[in-house]
Design a protein around this ligand. Sequence first.
Ligand SMILES: *Cc1c(COP(=O)(O)O)cnc(C)c1O
Length: 390
Amino acid sequence: MEEALRIKALPPYLFARIDEKVSAARAKGVDVISLGIGDPDMPTPDYIIERLTQAARNPANHRYPSYVGMLQFRQAVADWYKQRSKVELDPKKEVVTLIGSKEGIAHIAFCYINPGDIALIPDPGYPVYGIGTMLAGGVPYKMPLKAENGFLPDLDSVPEDVARKAKLMFLNYPNNPTSAIADEEFYLKAIAFAKKYDIILCHDAAYSEIAFEGYKPPSFLSLPGAKEVGIEFHSMSKTYNMTGWRVGWAAGNSRVVEALGRIKSNIDSGVFQAVQEAAMAGLASPPAFVEEICKTYQKRRDIVIDGLNALGWNLPKTKATIYVWPQVPRGYTSASFAEAVLDKAGVVVTPGNGYGEYGEGYFRISLTVGTERLQEALKRMQQSLGKFEF
Ligand SMILES: *Cc1c(COP(=O)(O)O)cnc(C)c1O
């Protein structure tokens, strides 16, 4: 059986490879602590589960859902934006429901990329931006995220001919994997760039609600010009511990939302309506639940950052996301460090080069395990690997 070229070119998904290594270590009897995958460990709140169970009993929800999502769900998204960021959205034209934002991020390239067209993608970055582009026959152009620029891409360094050929640009703040944040000034610059070169700006806001010590990430869609050039991908996954539920949305420019909906209606048949109703319960809920999980992540962040700093790192406290993105110590590559930590300490961290070539020299820790296990992971690193040099 001969696979198609587009499939042959696909690497196995990053975490599939890490899963294999973890299984092998566990089979040898190692008590592995995985700080690898960014999948919230805490449960979905009860009020969302209650709404699901009620909605699942309604026979009206047993049929095919509407392709672009229930109007009530899209209205709930519009209400959420209005309350959170004073953004006005027409739920009929400016919101489309997604089977998790990953689905929309992967499909958007099919709407705008012709063979050979360019998408500007952050590197390191969420792998789906580049993969979606490649599956559509396009060419990802990597915008390096460097520490000296606060892990923001330097738009001025994108060559003129590349910018002219680019159809899409992906941005993601607060950022996975670097945990960097963007201010309004950066977004305004990106919007002007997108306007100048007729590029659709796709902002991935998966972590916009996971922030610490009162920091509130600015809303891309609330900025002047954003809706003219772009859309925002968002989801329930990280905000409400709902990664398994598969529900998200894209919101913003009506033509882009319509195009994405058109592709989707030819490929999938939407999100189970009971799940959309449950998500509505989440979006309409008071902020107490999200505040609580942010506090939990903040405690974990402190354990990890203080712990690493005691081992020789010099990391500032992060302001958002569920990740810490430290440099590897001197004498290591991303891969050799991740391997050493797994072999000697039984701790899984993600090698930074898995997020792109500019991730080399870093590793990612995910704050999705409890405080005791985090403390244990740091203790083991100290005992088996000692102090590090930089
Ligand atoms: C987790 C994550 C997503 C998407 O999650 P869904 O569950 O598909 O909504 C999107 N972007 C980034 C950067 C993520 O880390």
